[in-house]
Ligand binder design. Structure first.
Ligand code: SF4
Length: 196
């Protein structure tokens, strides 16, 4: 019997996730890093300083603070991260060392083969795919399958009307391909379709 389309779609997404896991491992392993250590370095490089903490990383990666703490300790031991004590002395802010930044440079193109494959698609196909993935992510957040996604479609600053978007915080229109998946100014509160 033919599998339902939803099942075929989840199988396709699983194969993509598997490809991502393999590519990340192939890039991280020669550098002596585990996949989660590599992801932490890449993530910290992109994140604003106030969110560079173990608790925030644990939420983002949906892992326990103990797991993230172990990975961070290994990165500190390797000289790739520094822990700075916070004001309350119980939390620490994490900072990449110059060696850590060099590792980020070596890691940053870990997903190049997937980007390369995407480049072969037409622009309209990529925009349609992005649109669908954003809608799927928003639905999974609403169903509590994913906990942390700082995306426009779930942000109270996004207003949409007749298929046009506007960010009231940045005070500018956003075309659908400009909608963000991880915005530092995100503030929760919108419906999954972006209507406020
Ligand atoms: S603040 Fe960021 S997440 Fe919110 S609507 Fe504006 S660009 Fe999107």
């Amino acid at each position: 019997m033919e599998a339902p389309l939803e099942k075929k779609l989840t199988s396709a997404l699983e194969r993509l996730a598997q490809a991502q896991r393999v590519l990340l491992w192939q890039t991280a392993e020669p550098l002596g890093l585990s996949p989660i250590q590599a992801l932490i370095l890449l993530h910290l490089h992109l994140r604003e300083p106030s969110t560079r903490r173990v608790g925030v990383l644990a939420q983002y990666f949906d892992l326990t603070p103990a797991t993230i703490s172990d990975a961070v300790s290994a990165l500190v031991t390797k000289g790739l991260l520094i822990r700075h004590p916070g004001r309350d002395r119980r939390t620490h802010t994490l900072e990449l060392t110059p060696a850590g930044l060099e590792y980020v440079d070596k890691l940053k193109d870990w997903d190049y083969p997937i980007q390369h494959a995407l480049r072969a698609l037409q622009t309209t196909q990529k925009e349609a795919l992005y649109d669908l993935l954003l809608a799927l992510l928003a639905r999974l957040v609403e169903d509590s399958v994913i906990t942390v996604v700082r995306m426009c479609l779930l942000c109270r600053h996004l207003h949409s009307q007749s298929g046009k978007y506007h960010c009231t915080l940045l005070q500018k229109p956003l075309l659908a391909p400009q909608l963000r998946v991880d915005c530092p100014e995100f503030s929760p509160g919108a419906q999954p379709d972006g209507r406020c």
